[in-house]
Design a protein around this ligand. Structure first.
Ligand code: NAP
Length: 251
């Protein structure tokens, strides 16, 4: 029986296991979906060696960037984004060969574009600099929206949270949260930005999907901003991961 799974650090409330188990049941596919909590990404090769029926993996927080060093063939998008969230494993030659993909990119693009619609968004802020932030940046580049990263540590030549003045926020009409702030169970947390500068001109996107409305989104909505959580992105990226596994299974 083929095995699929999810790697990450804390996976108790993940979307993927019930999503894929339901899909396998509905399609009558004889496959299992398991979660693999790794304390450190160095445990990854052992996981691949141990489960010789493992065909595909989803990758979640905090390993999307770190896992890339174990991938034999990252596709163009995951290579350019510097983050892998979907892995397909080919064992036809005896030795496992790992193919890497990034379906967060297509998920974010397909969720963002209809939200922006005809609005003229001339610059964006990406809160956080992890794996998901790279995917978001890749999409913004593709659709020609200039962006700056916001980091606690300012390792990249962009903003620190202290730099986010009322003026900066007032003039930046697209703000995307890619930090885990506000994610269940720590629902009382939120990124430190001057919310009073948000207006109905702003589009505020949170990649978090649990809870449905984070405090970040609630505060933005109360200022009249257009808001979206990460659920649509999540569903699209999962469907795309499934298409990839199917494509490789039939080759
Ligand atoms: P990650 O690689 O761990 O990156 C998160 C980034 O957020 C870090 O690099 C860090 O940037 C910042 N950060 C972490 N803790 C913080 C804190 N306490 N305060 C302020 N900033 C903090 O995680 P990820 O894989 O990018 O995922 C990030 C979030 O996006 C998660 O909530 C995840 O569930 C969500 N996500 C959703 C979807 C979807 O389909 N909806 C897809 C991907 C990810 P600095 O160190 O530079 O501050």
């Amino acid at each position: 029986m083929h095995l699929y799974g999810l790697i990450g650090k804390k996976l108790a409330h993940s979307f993927s296991p019930p999503y894929f188990r339901k899909k396998f049941r509905e399609l009558g596919i004889d496959a299992q979906y398991e979660v693999f909590e790794l304390d450190d990404i160095s445990q990854f090769p052992e996981l691949i060696a141990k489960h010789n029926n493992l065909k595909g993996l989803n990758v979640t927080i905090p390993y999307k960037k770190e896992v890339i060093r174990f991938i034999d063939n990252p596709d163009e998008t995951s290579g350019a984004a510097g983050a892998v969230n979907t892995i397909s494993i080919d064992r036809s030659t005896g030795k496992p060969v790992l193919y890497g993909f990034n379906t967060d990119v297509i998920g974010f693009e397909k969720a963002l574009k209809p939200l922006i619609g005809n609005r003229n968004v001339d610059q964006a802020l990406i809160l956080g600099t992890g794996g998901a932030a790279q995917s978001v940046a890749f999409v913004l580049e593709k659709i020609n929206i200039p962006y700056r990263f916001v980091s606690r540590t300012k390792q990249q030549p962009d903003f620190n949270y202290h730099d986010l003045t009322k003026e900066v926020i007032g003039h930046t009409h697209l703000i995307i949260n890619t930090t885990p702030l506000g994610m269940f169970p720590k629902v009382d947390e939120f990124p430190d930005i001057p919310y009073e500068s948000l207006t109905k001109e702003h589009v505020i996107f949170d990649l978090i999907y649990n809870p449905t409305e984070t405090l970040f989104l609630k505060k933005a909505r109360q200022q009249g901003a257009l808001t979206s959580n990460g659920l649509k992105m999540l569903e699209i990226q999962a469907d795309e991961a499934w298409k990839i596994w199917q494509r490789y299974a039939s080759e």
